[in-house]
Ligand binder design. Structure first.
Ligand code: DP6
Length: 420
């Protein structure tokens, strides 16, 4: 190891998006390697609004591997972190920073320790796939720091061992996680179906129904499902393989009607499988059910679906609108039913706020006079549910992981070796 002094620190910062599954992963055939019982497909969300930023640093002065998540130190002793660290370290190559006179040889990586700082720009464990972005970012950043030569697909197979859905965050746009057949998991990896520019009309609105920690983790929930649900076996064997082909076709042809039908049906089947688990798992709540009804009613009143909904392991709704015009109509409906608790529209709709202008909503006064949506005109007066949604995030399909070259964006302080 060159670099006579022990004081040098080499670091890399990366940003990785989160993803929302439109054909769900639920159930493992191997718990340790994290091998799924079916393929899944996701849409990567714009990292501008939902992402993890991770700085990884190496220095001969570090005594042990350490990690901070959102400023708080967390343990790296868990099997999943250890598996990812081991897999990445085993693929490390020589690294040289000529300007600073630092050279790390391939064989040195096993002796050097790492400091890792990670930050999510959205609530952790609120059903917004923070583990997906987090583990993908850890693997991607370490691969860059250690000059790992493997491509994104091969890296996805490492991220998969941290958290299954993380493997789909190594790409932007539309991504398929191929379940694979091999016992060692080498062919269970993610591939990109289309990049984010392929279908850039889509607008995504997330209703954050509850930002509290979820009750049943995905990991233990799906373990119970595999052990007890016959419906899951039917889903994995008979339903998903056909649905995957139909979804790939819908994405390829930008066929929104098929895309929406498949997305909603698959979300509902995932939650049916949760209900078929012993003991049953309830991820959606009354507010989630109200959002489904609003969208279903609207879609049925139109010739063709306007919006798709999907829910992961939590009550938050992810709504995908066919285009900006539809997204504006969606926001009008959402604000009609779920008006904000306070006058502050600015903190109630976050992310791409320009949708508000499209919807003609400049302030709270405009929200207060919103007319009821036409599809419920015969059933007036309709109920409103103030306070049931914490806030909405407006976003769109986005790009895959990137390195952040600007050192000011690093989360570790090069002089102090502690999270800044
Ligand atoms: C409902 O990837 O969080 O979001 O592999 O045990 O870490 P582990 O589970 P995780 O499960 C995600 C499940 C889901 C559906 C999906 O993202 O496909």
């Amino acid at each position: 190891m060159a670099g006579e002094s022990q004081n040098w620190v080499l670091m890399v910062t990366a940003q990785t998006p989160t993803n929302i599954a439109v054909i769900k992963y639920w159930g493992k055939r191997d718990e340790t390697l994290i091998l799924p019982v079916n393929d899944s497909i996701s849409v990567t969300l714009d990292p501008k609004h939902l992402c993890t930023t991770t700085t990884v640093a190496v220095s001969p002065s570090f005594q042990q591997d350490r990690m901070w998540l959102n400023g708080k130190e967390i343990s790296l002793s868990g099997g999943r972190y250890q598996n990812c660290l081991r897999e990445i370290r085993s693929r490390a190559c020589d690294v040289e920073d000529k300007k600073r006179g630092i050279k790390i040889l391939k064989e040195d990586w096993g002796k050097l320790h790492l400091h890792i700082a990670s930050y999510n720009n959205f609530p952790t464990a609120a059903g917004l796939a923070s583990s997906a972005a987090g583990l993908a970012c850890l693997v991607f950043a370490l691969a860059k720091l250690m000059n790992v030569k493997e491509d994104e697909s091969q890296l996805s197979a490492i991220a998969r061992q941290g958290s299954g859905s993380a493997c789909r965050s190594l790409y932007g746009g539309f991504v398929k996680w191929i379940m694979g057949k091999e016992e060692n998991g080498s062919d269970s990896l993610a591939v990109q179906l289309a990049d984010e520019k392929h279908w850039d009309d889509l607008v995504i609105v997330i209703a954050v129904v509850s930002a509290r920690q979820k009750e049943t983790s995905s990991t233990s929930g799906m373990r119970d499902t595999v052990e007890t649900s016959l419906l899951l076996q039917h889903r994995a064997k008979e339903i998903v393989p056909k649905r995957i082909l139909q979804m790939e076709e819908a994405i390829k042809n930008r066929d929104f009607a098929s895309f929406a039908r498949l997305t909603c049906t698959d979300s509902n089947q995932f939650h049916a499988v949760c209900l078929d688990t012993c003991p049953p798992i309830f991820y959606m709540n009354d507010t989630s059910h109200k959002i489904i009804s609003i969208v279903e009613k609207w879609n049925r009143s139109e010739e063709t679906p306007q919006v798709a909904y999907t829910f992961d392991a939590g009550p938050n709704a992810v709504l995908i609108a066919r285009n900006r015009q539809t997204a504006a109509l969606l926001i009008q409906r959402l604000l009609y039913y779920f008006p904000p608790n306070s006058d502050d529209l600015d903190s109630y709709i976050i992310g791409d706020k320009s949708i508000l202008q499209d919807a003609g909503l400049k302030g709270i006064n405009d929200v207060e006079v919103l007319p009821p949506p036409p599809e419920i005109k015969d059933n007036i007066p309709s109920q409103k549910y103030k306070g049931e949604v914490n806030y909405f995030i407006c976003t769109k399909p986005g790009r895959g992981p990137v390195l952040l070259a600007d050192e000011d964006l690093a989360l570790l302080n090069i002089d102090l070796f502690y999270p800044c």
